[in-house]
Design a protein around this ligand. Structure first.
Ligand code: AHR
Length: 504
């Protein structure tokens, strides 16, 4: 089979915001406790703070510029004050969201410290479920203001005189969801978000805020919730949050592998909704998309869930991923790059132990299949890269419940600083490799700077503690000949090629 990709560096969608390679750490299951903070670890895997050093080391190649915290559903009934100050005075609470016990031994200051070590920037969420604007503004003051008032002085008293200067603030979480503590209709939430955002920006005008949109395509209020919220809060927020989790519960791999078709559709829906609200408001401002929860999530639904009793750090949402999941994750990132014009932020949910690319046990960790697409994208979409419009001629394949779909899913970037074009391709079809020619209209392709693939015939293959390297990237197949590049994208595989180019 053959395909062709037509590129021209003058034809682009816009700059890729590297914040699309963000992560998310929630007080949920073993993400914070054991994953990030494991003070009783007996295997020499923690630093003086009790932070897992192997987890920090494994996160670094993912180059995550931002980290969303502390939830998720958790944030909607979280009192951030419980998590600051002397540890021996912090209360144990029952967390409504995940039916777990929360020790509060890890809180805002520990998270800020951890972010520094993990080389990422905090993206904080405030509770707009059971709390409101006043509490959100108090947290903002605690984090961002110079000493001289009550909460900033508390931070100083807790040993952190310098403000943390957190730039990104999520105004609640999934407030459209009936499962959410404090769930309310769109207009009501819109006013909450508007009030909280206004107070927070009043204290620190340099921050950016993210309003909750609909929590997924499957919701009856999909897009309508987003539109109503933005009709109230458009002028006071910068982003609308979108979430999506993919699954192959139906056991239809061919259909599942066409997941990118639906992700594209969701992004097109958001682009239309944003244009509509902007148009009706006759606004000069643009609100962008923060896709701050995305991933595959379903394996653990069938597995044992360890939260029947109230427990600290229960084993919940511990999905073990396989190759097909990695190919779906690659399609999320392709889709975000293709819509670089509206998607400025995205966070894989989550980073460790809970629906995550990294799984720990006391004596070590495993890098799951989904780790590798994230690693390759983040490494090669360098700061300053632009997303190229992709002219794609692809064969189609029978995509199960999704009918017929293009076999290839592609995105491409160009870094004007070094002249490198990077092409990311998923071959969704199990029928065979696709020989793919890349034409670059306006520059000469000089050579292959790097190429990798993640592929295999066993879509269910995954990495485990016993076999940690079953699914890892290998060298890709790419050549440059007669000014064109040709890559072979293996059946049910993901290929990345970096092409050095020069002006003609
Ligand atoms: O990431 C797991 C959960 O999924 C989050 O807490 C919530 O926001 C979403 O429903």
């Amino acid at each position: 089979m053959a395909a062709r990709i037509h590129l021209d560096t003058h034809h682009h969608v816009g700059a890729v915001d590297r914040r699309i390679f963000g992560g998310f750490a929630e007080h949920l299951g073993r993400c914070i406790y054991e994953g990030i903070y494991d003070p009783t670890n007996k295997h020499g895997l923690i630093d003086a703070n009790g932070f897992r050093t192997d987890v920090i080391a494994a996160l670094k190649p993912l180059g995550m510029p931002i980290m969303r915290y502390p939830g998720g559903n958790f944030v909607s009934c979280y009192d951030w004050r419980d998590g600051v100050g002397s540890r021996d005075k912090r209360p144990v609470r029952r967390d409504f969201a995940w039916h777990s016990l929360e020790s509060n031994q890890f809180g805002t200051d520990e998270f800020m410290q951890w972010c520094k070590l993990a080389e990422t920037e905090p993206m904080m969420a405030v509770n707009l479920g059971t709390a409101g604007a006043e509490d959100a503004a108090a947290l903002l003051e605690y984090c961002n203001l110079a000493p001289g008032s009550y909460w900033s002085d508390q931070r100083k008293a807790n040993g952190h005189a310098a403000p943390y200067n957190v730039k990104l603030w999520c105004l609640g979480n999934e407030m459209d969801g009936p499962w959410q503590a404090g769930h309310v209709p769109a207009a009501e939430y819109g006013w909450r978000a508007r009030a909280a955002g206004a107070m927070m920006k009043g204290l620190d005008s340099t921050i950016e805020t993210i309003a909750c949109g609909s929590s997924g395509y499957g919701m009856a209020t999909y897009l309508a919730y987003d539109r109503e919220v933005l009709e109230v809060a458009w002028d006071s927020v910068d982003y609308i949050s979108a979430h999506r989790y993919s699954n192959n519960s139906a056991g239809d791999s061919a259909g599942y592998l066409a997941e990118g078709v639906e992700i594209d559709r969701v992004l097109a829906d958001y682009a239309g909704m944003l244009a509509y609200v902007r148009g009706t408001k006759k606004s000069a401002k643009q609100v962008y998309v923060s896709f701050d929860e995305w991933n595959v999530w379903y394996h653990s639904h069938a597995g044992p869930q360890d939260n029947k009793e109230w427990k600290f750090a229960p084993h919940i949402l511990e999905d073990w991923y396989n190759l097909e999941d990695a190919l779906v994750c690659a399609q999320y990132l392709n889709a975000f790059i293709r819509r670089a014009d509206i998607v400025k932020i995205a966070c894989i949910a989550q980073i460790v132990n809970v629906i995550a690319p990294i799984m720990t046990r006391p004596d070590g960790l495993v890098l799951q299949t989904i780790y590798y697409p994230m690693m390759l994208f983040s490494k090669y979409v360098t700061a300053g890269s632009i997303s190229l419009s992709v002219g794609l001629e692809s064969p189609t394949y029978a995509a199960g419940k999704r009918g017929t779909a293009p076999a290839l899913d592609v995105s491409a970037t160009f870094d004007p600083a070094d002249g490198v074009v990077t092409v990311f391709c998923v071959n969704r079809d199990a029928a065979g490799a696709i020989t793919t020619t890349i034409d670059l209209a306006d520059r000469e392709i000089a050579g292959v700077a790097a190429t990798h693939e993640l592929a295999g015939s066993d879509l269910k293959a995954g990495n485990t503690f016993d076999a940690p390297n079953r699914v890892t990237p290998t060298a890709g197949k790419a050549v440059v000949d007669g000014g064109r590049a040709q890559i072979t994208v293996a059946a049910t595989g993901f290929a990345v090629v970096r092409l050095s180019t020069k002006a003609r």
